[in-house]
Design a protein around this ligand. Structure first.
Ligand code: PMP
Length: 443
């Protein structure tokens, strides 16, 4: 069994400090599937679970050259503390990167961060009091849900479909939350190649979403790690380009270069930017000078757009391998077919439970992330996030084939038990039959 979420402050006889922890640690929870992922990282398991970029597609010597040049030419600066806002040269280059998505910002309003994850944390720290509401897509990025929960905010999910957030659903959700007397601090959204849903907010909906937020005085937190990793057409322009005063935009070099540098950024309206710099200084003094200079040197000395193009080719091939394998091995199910990014969202029949099924999948040497990880309200049992960014196309095919063995095995068994009693009893019987069966894929 997978253990349920365990708050960091949960009673623990071995911890003499239990009782001393701040109340907010009740929102700190170990990932519900962390233990299984330790098993899933064994080499014989095909992991379709993590979101690790394919860094092996980045020529190592190019990175090495940038590191060497930085140390030769700017060593003392690279090894020193820097400004809380980030290195000005890099902030200027970040404007060039964002211009590819229709954003015209000012260098003054860019603040670099230790990955966009830290930017998410600092923006949350600036805005969220306990009990505040954050609106987010349904489903949403697990790492953001963790941050919001650590600040004791309540996430209210807004319905999405194949074209991303539904403007009418957003309107209705805002009205409902306001009628309950609760305060909405921002809408957190991933408009492009969504993690985990794989969908993209359509061009027609973008101004509608912005208008709904404007008319309700709701700030938008636009998180865009995947926008440049499109397989065909680029996505529509960023929400930020439609309302620079109403949108805080988050970007990162983690997917278009490498996550190991931990360099991301925020583009924020002036007043927010001021507070963000203070929050950065108080959290970390300054982001890594070394990492920022290496990224800056890389951008200055290489054809970085050609490198992004080469990443696109790698991920496009892997995405196609996954969609082909799903069509071949699980034709009776439905899934999203992303036009960029890292993730496919697979829907399961109502009779299956992605969280309960995971230990069985790991026994069959395939891992995935159950949909429950991407909801703050207990939903997601009938969905699975499959990532195609890290395994090779052959491994993806093998992984999906193993997953199909598990899913089809469960469906067949449930069919056998059909009509023998209430659904929960059928589940229990079928589960114990499956648990005692030998794995079929250990070859
Ligand atoms: N936002 C989303 C939607 C992500 O998928 C990720 C990485 N998985 C992040 C933010 C954080 O990325 P990083 O801190 O590496 O920039």
């Amino acid at each position: 069994m997978i253990s349920d979420v365990t708050p960091a402050s949960a009673g623990n006889n071995l911890d003499p400090w239990y009782g001393n922890y701040a109340e907010r640690t009740s929102g700190l929870a170990a990932s519900e599937v962390r233990a299984l992922f330790a098993v899933a990282s064994r080499p014989e398991v095909v992991s379709l679970a993590g979101g690790m970029p394919c860094v092996s597609a980045l020529p190592q010597e190019v990175v090495l050259d940038s590191v060497a040049r930085v140390m030769r030419e700017q060593g003392p600066i690279a090894l020193q503390y820097g400004s809380g806002q980030g290195i000005p040269a890099l902030r200027g280059q970040i404007l060039d990167v964002m211009a590819l998505e229709g954003i015209q910002g000012s260098v003054d309003n860019v603040v670099t961060a230790t990955g966009s994850q830290q930017a998410l944390d600092l923006i949350s720290k600036l805005f969220l009091d306990p009990g505040d509401v954050v609106l987010a897509e349904s489903p949403s990025y697990v790492g953001a849900l963790g941050v919001f929960s650590a600040y004791q905010a309540r996430v209210v999910h807004v319905d999405t479909d194949a074209d991303g957030l539904i403007p009418e659903a957003l309107k209705q959700t805002i009205t409902r939350v306001h009628n309950e007397g609760r305060r909405i601090k921002f809408l957190y959204t991933i408009p492009n190649f969504h993690n985990p849903a794989g969908v993209t907010l359509s061009a027609t909906r973008r101004p509608e979403i912005v208008a709904v937020c404007q008319s309700n005085g709701i700030l938008i937190l636009e998180d865009n790690p995947y926008g440049l990793l499109h397989f065909d057409e680029p996505p529509p322009n960023a929400l930020q380009s439609l309302d620079p005063d109403g949108v805080v935009y988050l970007g990162t070099f983690s997917k278009t270069l490498a996550p190991g540098f931990r360099v991301g950024w925020t583009l924020a309206p002036h007043a927010i930017r001021e507070k963000l710099i203070l929050a950065t200084e108080s959290a970390i003094l300054s982001p890594s000078s070394f990492s920022q200079l290496v990224v800056s040197e890389y951008l200055a000395s290489t054809d970085w757009q050609a490198q992004i193009d080469s990443f696109r080719g790698v991920y496009r091939e892997r995405k196609e391998a996954m969609i082909d394998a799903l069509s071949e091995f699980l034709p009776h199910l439905t899934w999203t077919n992303p036009r960029g990014g890292f993730f496919v969202w697979l829907s399961l029949p109502d009779t299956l439970d992605s969280k309960q099924m995971l230990p069985r999948a790991v026994r069959e040497l395939v891992a995935y992330t159950p949909g429950t990880a991407f909801y703050a309200d207990g939903r997601g049992h009938q969905a699975i996030r499959l990532s195609f960014c890290y395994p090779t196309p052959d491994a993806i095919r093998l992984g999906v084939r193993r997953l199909a063995t598990v899913i089809n095995g469960e469906l067949e068994l449930l069919d056998t038990f059909k009509g023998t009693g209430p659904l929960h009893v059928i589940h229990r019987e079928a589960s114990s039959a499956l648990d005692s069966a030998p794995p079929t894929n250990i070859k």
